[in-house]
Design a protein around this ligand. Sequence first.
Ligand SMILES: Cc1ncc(COP(=O)(O)O)c(C=O)c1O
Length: 414
Amino acid sequence: MIRMKTKMNIREDFPALFVLKDGSPIIYADSACMSLKPKPVIQALMDYYTKFTACAGRSPHMFSRETTKRYEEAREKTAKFINAKNSSEVVWTKNTTEALNLGSMILKLDGSETIIATSESHNSNIVKWMFLENAGKIKLKVLEAGETGICSLESLTEAVNECSPGKFLVSLAQVSNVTAGIIDVQTIAKIIHERDGIFQLDAAQSFPHLSIDVQKLDIDLMGVSMHKACGPTGIGFLYGKYHILEKLHPLILGGETVSDVKIPNTIKMLPPPAKFEAGLQNYGGVIAAGAAIDYLESIGMDNIHQHEISLSRVMLDGLKEFGDDLSYLGPAKAEDRAALAAINLKEINPHEVAILLDDMYNIFLRSGYHCTHAFHHQHELDQGTLRPSWYLYNTEEEVRTFIDALKEIMDTLG
Ligand SMILES: Cc1ncc(COP(=O)(O)O)c(C=O)c1O
């Protein structure tokens, strides 16, 4: 059992928390967009760029050997962290968006397949499906995420039963970036697999916060962004069951994806994951992603989750004090949701509030649609919402400061 660091110790790991704005401390409440980076991750990037910058798997020299070793070690750590059967089931991508796009390459695109998604989906998990539907290549079914912020198991079962067996893919976010709802992945996987469908999980908002065991949860494909999980920008991964990765077509082709090429037109593809990692890669990013996994592991995902429930509780209690002046969707209890809320400020413009929070209180968060345009339009939130999102380095005091600042701003503007 890994010992939880004290909360102060955790904060000391994140240099950006100690940046002063106009001589005063800042509060970072935008981790659903991008997490801050701990020192070991920054150090891993520095090491790559200062001690052994090279490409992996090609040149025979020492730098390249070191890069190859660390690149593959990061893959192994990641596979172990999510309990994949094998490190070949982890494919490096830029982010979740690229991972989900790659996952979609399992489709035949002959018009016979159905995709099931939900109304609160992030654009990275709905735009592609709409695009393919418009081109006549798939049928798209979008299920409603109700008041609880997730679609009901009944509506999902009904939708799955309407699909032809073996001819559908369900692509859902484990944690919504706007409703904060958390789906029951294991039960959903069972419903999908009983009818031979493929289950793709958008884990952009869950991987940084919850422990994920891909075998236990029986996930077929899963997209992750390391930049939301203490890792560097520009790196994420697609997890896939190996037999699915074998059938998956690459998104991009080129060097490293093939074992041989001859003219006339003969190509011999490499097996997964190499066939998906075309061209020189983000080696520094991958190696630092491995350091992020080590870091999360050293804190413990269950500890992170428990800490976030405490932060959520403070936020939800604080938001109650506003009565009808604001609202947010998603589960009522802190235990059932992620530590974020997309807050509807009714008559008050969320962008103006976000700017004032930055200007006057040094509180950094996001306003707008949070890449869930469809969800915001559906709920008539056309001016957008204000979204604080908290992570392992935030304190209950910071959440309380946000609530007090929001009150002062709304009193002034309201
Ligand atoms: C639920 C969800 N899915 C997918 C994404 C896309 O992540 P990225 O932009 O890193 O690809 C995000 C990003 O905010 C998200 O919140």
